[in-house]
Design a protein. Structure first.
Length: 364
């Protein structure tokens, strides 16, 4: 999926995401071949750009065409680099941020846009298993990670361009309210907080929402993500205990991505290993999390990222070298040590889709 200006469309491109009018009406559905009449419709509606599939029906690559036309304007984003830069922007702005004095917050919005562009420019991010490498160490990194994961998930779920935009903005600012509370929230779950700290912690969604409520550049949906990202499907969340039917899909999506990163980072939760966090999401799917969204997350995230050392049920040690897209918890492992502690003398790989009696029991 890549972004192409409407004026550069040739008429054989395939839409990767539906095109929406300013009033949220679908102008052209996704998977539509953009013939002349559709391009004219987009032009008449003053649509500046669309997202199209990288490979057109004629076999030409839209990306290459665009690079030939505008090589000096083409920006190449790498997601890891973009998230690192974005973390610096978010941390710098929020460190200076004073309640309801939001003139600099638009720069955080620009960071969210860069993350969207990074995801769209890296085809592998959307087609391969997503590996969580940059584990959050603080609230700022957590916000960036939730934004990145939420954007990837929104695109995989084929949300509209407007929805993806709102998801990214809401996600990158979702925990801004943590700036206004003075209780510990790192590596502690709400079940372990004392009553007074719990009441104060639960206020962070209200504080966050009220701090940006008057910002016209931020959509109502993005503001709802900030306010409602701790609500859940069964209505036992906070601050209003709203049930699934009253929560927009964008809110439900950021909610599950937030909880997942919180579990592996220890921001608002006790820190878990990635495979433990995935198991937690799996167990609570349909009860706390929207099943469609949570299942897409579970099939998209690598349980054991490449480079991670693991122990098998046979007591052997190995390192993950490749993912199996079909089954995210059974990667390919290069074996390092036998169960007796001696090293493998030759390079041996075990594909856990083929070695069905071997499975991972722990990470090292």
């Amino acid at each position: 999926m890549i972004r192409v200006d409407v004026k550069d469309l040739k008429g054989d491109e395939i839409l990767a995401a539906p095109v929406m009018s300013a009033s949220d009406t679908v102008l052209v559905q996704s998977d539509t071949e953009l013939k002349e009449e559709y391009i004219q419709k987009l032009t008449d509606q003053r649509i500046g750009y669309v997202y199209v599939k990288e490979q057109t029906g004629s076999g030409q690559i839209v990306k290459e065409r665009k690079e030939e036309k505008e090589p000096q304007q083409k920006k190449i984003y790498r997601l890891d680099e973009t998230t690192d830069r974005s973390r610096e922007i978010v941390a710098g702005i929020l460190d200076r941020h004073i309640y309801k004095h939001n003139s600099d917050l638009k720069k955080i919005g620009e960071a969210a846009e860069n993350i969207i562009d990074s995801v769209l420019s890296d085809h592998d991010v959307l087609t391969n298993v997503t590996e969580i490498r940059n584990v959050s160490t603080d609230m700022y990194t957590h916000c960036i990670n939730v934004c990145s994961l939420s954007t990837i998930l929104a695109l995989k779920l084929k949300m509209t361009e407007r929805q993806v935009h709102n998801v990214a903005l809401g996600a990158i600012l979702h925990d801004i309210g943590l700036k206004y509370i003075r209780v510990p929230y790192e590596n502690i779950s709400i079940e372990d907080m004392n009553y007074r700290d719990l009441l104060e912690y639960k206020k962070h969604t209200i504080y966050g929402y009220s701090s940006v409520e008057k910002e016209e550049w931020l959509s109502d949906t993005a503001k709802e993500i900030i306010l409602l990202h701790h609500e859940n499907v069964k209505g036992t969340g906070f601050p209003f205990q709203q049930r699934n039917g009253k929560l927009k899909a964008e809110v439900r999506l950021v909610s599950v991505c937030d909880d997942f990163d919180s579990l592996v980072s220890g921001i608002g939760n006790r820190k878990m290993k990635i495979y433990e966090a995935i198991e937690y999401i799996k167990v609570h799917t349909g009860m706390e999390y929207d099943a469609t969204i949570a299942n897409k997350l579970l099939e998209s995230v690598a349980v054991y990222p490449v480079g991670m050392n693991v122990m098998t049920n046979e007591g052997e040690i190995g390192v993950v070298v490749r993912q199996n897209r079909e089954v995210t918890d059974r990667p390919v492992i290069r074996m390092l040590r036998y169960a007796d502690g001696t090293d493998y003398k030759e390079e041996v790989e075990k594909d856990l889709l083929k070695y069905l009696t071997v499975f991972i029991v722990d990470t090292l």
